[in-house]
Design a protein around this ligand. Structure first.
Ligand SMILES: *[C@@H]1O[C@H](CO)[C@@H](O)[C@H](O)[C@H]1NC(C)=O
Ligand SMILES: *[C@@H]1O[C@H](CO)[C@@H](O)[C@H](O)[C@H]1NC(C)=O
Length: 165
């Protein structure tokens, strides 16, 4: 995930910042589920951004110049302080299935060391690098095509249909 430090940050104003983050693909339209810990630098940047902006990049299992990767630009909706995320039971199951170790810092866990909220990342732009230009497609992916793609992905289709009919 990449975010930008706010313009009044004492040390890193306006600088980009990126770090690995967990996400889970729990929606049929390609929006992503995040566990939002307000304490993290990344999430502080998101909260200070007027549009809660972030970018998430996803690569092939083994990243390499000739393998596909994608950059999603979008915004984060945080479900905090009384606003609960719709279908919370499904979201929890889906997220923990992808990240079993996150069981220890889930929202609503009284014994957890940190405050955590569910959050949803909604992409507004999708930039795809298929590999090498000339051989592979490099460029924007229309949002409707991105949102529809789960239908043709047997893994996500089986999972989403089993858990969220
Ligand atoms: C994707 O679906 C979820 C759940 O229905 C919805 O809340 C979210 O706004 C959708 N994302 C976009 C980008 O429309
Ligand atoms: C999904 O598969 C159908 C049938 O094979 C095809 O017509 C359609 O273009 C595919 N959609 C995407 C987004 O790949």
């Amino acid at each position: 995930m990449a975010t930008v430090f706010p313009s009044d940050d004492p040390k890193f104003a306006g600088q980009p910042f990126s770090l690995q983050e967990y996400y889970a693909s729990c929606y049929k339209n390609g929006s992503l589920t995040l566990l939002f810990l307000p304490i993290s630098r990344q999430n502080q940047n998101i909260l200070h951004s007027p549009t809660h902006a972030a970018s998430i990049s996803i690569t092939a299992d083994v990243p390499s110049a000739n393998r596909p990767r994608v950059s999603l630009l979008g915004s984060v909706t945080v479900f905090n302080d009384g606003y609960s995320i719709p279908n919370v039971d499904f979201i929890r199951r889906c997220y923990v299935a992808k990240h079993p170790d996150a069981e220890w810092w889930l929202p609503d866990d009284e014994g957890s060391a940190h405050i955590a909220y569910w959050a949803r990342f909604d992409p507004h732009s999708v930039y795809f690098v298929g590999g090498f230009g000339g051989i592979h497609y490099i460029g924007d992916i229309p949002l409707p095509m991105y949102r529809e793609a789960y239908r043709n992905d047997s893994d996500s289709r089986i999972f989403v249909n089993q858990h969220n009919p």
